[in-house]
Ligand binder design. Structure first.
Ligand SMILES: C[S@@+](CC[C@H](N)C(=O)[O-])C[C@H]1O[C@@H](n2cnc3c(N)ncnc32)[C@H](O)[C@@H]1O
Length: 391
């Protein structure tokens, strides 16, 4: 495919995304229909689509319309490229620009230029303070590929060497001792031996740092209350010899966990909601709660535009409910850990503060946040224990 034909494919996919189709689904159906597209074409079209979704507001402004054409036109203008070189109408290229499209709108400013939804900017900027602009700009860029070295399978040095042997270059990431950032060859990863045999897992460095902060010791009975695919269950299991349990309100989300655990050499028992009380109490319960995902909008940029004020309020209510339920499963001297991949205070410290105010028998032991402009996804973790009462 020519560069212009790739842009035309991205335009058509973006129109479907703007009509409500998830980007992954739209890309997959385009891939099925487009047998002629080689792997480089597919990767390029994918990048155009996700870049456009990350920068949807500013590119729509620069391109003069919230449409596939508008977004790609805006992207070219931002990159300082001449749209006429691509919008030629020849072969599979986009049709030539209309007179209206030729009129370049003024450059966006403020939250529009930063690609933060207008309604969210007050909360976003209040949460991040003088780092708000840097965080918003970081969310406009592609996320790096991070790996977690599974130390149950080998050392970090062994992983670096094994990956290099398959053409995948990595550097250590400062956020966690087990974290590597892929600098070359990321697309080879899924077929590489160190990935297939469980020496490395795909996991953001801050997600690893969250589990590093948990006070895990051999023999502890640990519950990953919102386990999803089980990334944190596996990271915890690699740190100590635990009795590991995983639960999710939607058990289908955990369907790959047994296979992932086997690949990683870990044992994780799945618990249904109806068996939770019977399986407890636990020395540590981790609640990696559903959240806005604002810390991972580089990877999942549609979330930024689909989130609404009502949706955020619903998520915050659910986070409070989960904390209250999970607290009842923690052993008397145990730890309740609360984590999000968000950078919004309302989901992080303010949520924990509300919980402590409603449940005075709990106290905050420590909390930490990671922000996206520092080279990881945005994350937050808080550790709570039961307050010791004097006699
Ligand atoms: C942020 S994701 C978890 C990601 C996962 N811990 C990981 O590291 O890959 C949140 C999960 O919470 C689950 N969830 C939603 N409501 C829940 C509830 N009331 N109780 C437990 N889990 C819930 C969702 O199905 C989702 O899988």
């Amino acid at each position: 495919m020519t560069p212009a034909a790739r842009l035309q494919a991205a335009i058509e996919i973006l129109d479907q995304v703007l009509a409500g189709e998830p980007a992954e689904k739209a890309l997959t159906s385009w891939g099925r229909r487009s047998r002629f597209a080689g792997s480089k074409d597919r990767a390029a079209v994918r990048d155009h689509v996700f870049d456009a979704v990350r920068c949807l507001r500013s590119h729509a402004a620069l391109g003069g319309s919230r449409s596939g054409r508008g977004l790609i036109l805006g992207a070219l203008r931002e990159a300082g490229q001449d749209p006429d070189e691509f919008f030629t109408g020849q072969g599979h290229a986009p049709a030539p620009l209309t007179d209206a499209e030729r009129v370049q709108p003024p450059a966006p400013v403020g939250p529009e230029a930063l690609d933060v939804p207008a309604w969210l900017w007050p909360e976003f900027s209040a949460s991040l303070g003088d780092q708000a602009e840097a965080a918003a700009l970081a969310l406009r860029r592609r996320a790096p590929v991070h790996l977690r070295v599974n130390t149950a399978r080998g050392t970090v040095e062994q992983a670096v060497k094994a990956l290099a042997g398959e053409g995948i270059q990595t550097v250590a990431h400062l956020a966690a001792a087990t974290a590597l950032e892929v600098t070359e060859g990321a697309r080879k990863l899924r077929n590489a031996k160190p990935y297939q045999n469980g020496l490395v897992e795909l996991q953001d460095a801050a997600s690893q740092a969250v589990t590093d902060r948990l006070p895990l010791k051999d023999g502890m009975k640990v519950l990953d209350y919102c386990a999803g695919g089980g990334g944190k269950s596996l990271a915890m299991a690699a740190r100590a010899s635990l009795q590991s349990f995983a639960h999710d309100a939607d058990p289908r989300r955990m369907k790959d966990l047994p296979e992932r655990a086997a690949r990683a050499g870990a044992r994780v028992s799945l618990v249904s909601t109806s068996d939770l009380d019977r399986s407890g109490p636990f020395d540590l319960v981790l609640c990696d709660v559903p959240c806005s995902g604002s810390g991972s909008w580089r990877r999942a940029p549609e979330g930024k535009w689909r989130l609404t004020a009502e949706g955020l309020a619903d998520l915050q209510r659910l986070q409070g409910e989960i904390l209250r339920k999970a607290a009842g499963l923690v052993a008397p001297d145990g730890v309740l850990a609360y984590a999000t991949c968000s950078m919004l205070d309302g989901e992080n410290s303010a949520q924990v503060q509300r919980f402590i105010e409603e449940s005075p028998d709990w106290q905050l032991e420590g909390q930490h946040g990671w922000q996206v402009q520092d080279g990881t996804d945005g994350f937050y973790v808080a550790m709570l224990t039961r307050a010791k009462r004097g006699c």
